[in-house]
Design a protein around this ligand. Structure first.
Ligand code: GUN
Length: 291
């Protein structure tokens, strides 16, 4: 039976550190503040942003969600985003995605100042990742960062490991490929056109499923003799509306060594990374203001 890699114990420990860091920053006169922009009433986005705000307040930071109407004009949206970007009170800033279709062509990550880009979507931060950074010199995208934290907390080293990542999104698959490469793993980034996907997965030490298909990966993708580690980034609802990941937990749990659950796995780590990024962003801005 696989050991479940749960986020809760890791999150509880790291939140204590973040709370301490917040207290220290407050003593220096700076309360870390996260500004969120939410356009419309997309139900999962309303829940995600509410959870993010709760997390920030729990660690001692402040957070404001600027709710904008679904039909806001592009001009007004861009003006508001620019205003939040230049407001010195905002240490971290992001626009919750997805945006309504009339705004979805806007590359919002490029419009957030890189030192406030707690999503890690700005070209400056992504280029740093491309150049070999592990997060010391830039803000990392939250889900990839959370996956690495989770593995490190369980003493899983990436050095020399073979990793198969399924899903080439800009938020998870591509940045995680770079980040794991920077940790000296050998990464194969798989997608819908990959041939011999099962074979690639069977050869891997670690498999990351980030495709958004409910219970896609079952035990036929595994090598039962390899003690593989399975990371589930999916957040889906099955036919009966039940929350589930991209991995069929019941099918794989007797055939791998470690497995992240859904819920209670990578999703929780993503929020934790956002908290870490807010502290990092606040410190960067404090240092810049002293130069
Ligand atoms: N929507 C789903 N995931 C994310 C994320 O990581 N950042 C933002 N801004 N929106 C999202």
């Amino acid at each position: 039976m696989a050991t479940l890699l749960k986020a809760a114990p890791i999150s509880q420990r790291i939140v204590k550190d973040l709370t301490y860091e917040c207290t220290q920053l407050k003593e220096k006169g700076l309360t870390p503040h996260l500004q969120v922009i939410l356009v419309g009433e997309h139900p999962p986005s309303v829940i995600y942003t509410r959870n993010k705000k709760k997390f920030m307040e729990n660690m001692g930071a402040t957070c404001d969600i600027h709710k904008l109407p679904e039909d806001i004009s592009e001009k007004d949206f861009l003006e508001i985003l620019k205003g939040h970007g230049s407001n010195p009170k905002n240490n971290g800033l992001f626009v919750q995605l997805p945006l309504p279709s009339h705004l979805s062509h806007i590359d919002v990550g490029q419009l957030v100042p890189p030192e406030k880009d707690v999503d890690g979507f700005h070209a400056h931060n992504l280029y740093s990742l491309l150049s070999g950074d592990k997060g010391d010199n830039s803000l990392l995208p939250c889900t990839p960062k959370g996956v690495i934290t989770m593995l490190q907390e369980h003493n899983v080293t990436l050095e020399g490991k073979k990793v198969a990542i399924i899903g080439r999104s800009l938020i998870v698959g591509k940045p995680l490929t770079l980040l794991m490469t920077n940790h000296n793993a050998t990464v194969t980034l798989c997608h819908s056109r990959t041939e011999n996907l099962k074979e690639v997965c069977q050869n891997a030490d670690i498999i990351v499923a980030a495709i958004g298909k409910a219970r896609f990966l079952d035990n036929s993708f595994l090598n039962k003799d390899k003690n593989q580690i399975l990371i589930d980034v999916g957040i889906n609802h099955d036919e009966s509306g039940k929350l589930c990941g991209d991995i069929d937990q019941a099918s794989v749990e007797d055939h791998c060594a470690l497995l992240t659950p859904v819920p209670g796995g990578v999703g929780k780590m993503t929020i934790l990374s956002l908290g870490e990024n807010l502290i990092q962003a606040t410190k960067i801005q404090m240092e810049n203001s002293h130069v």
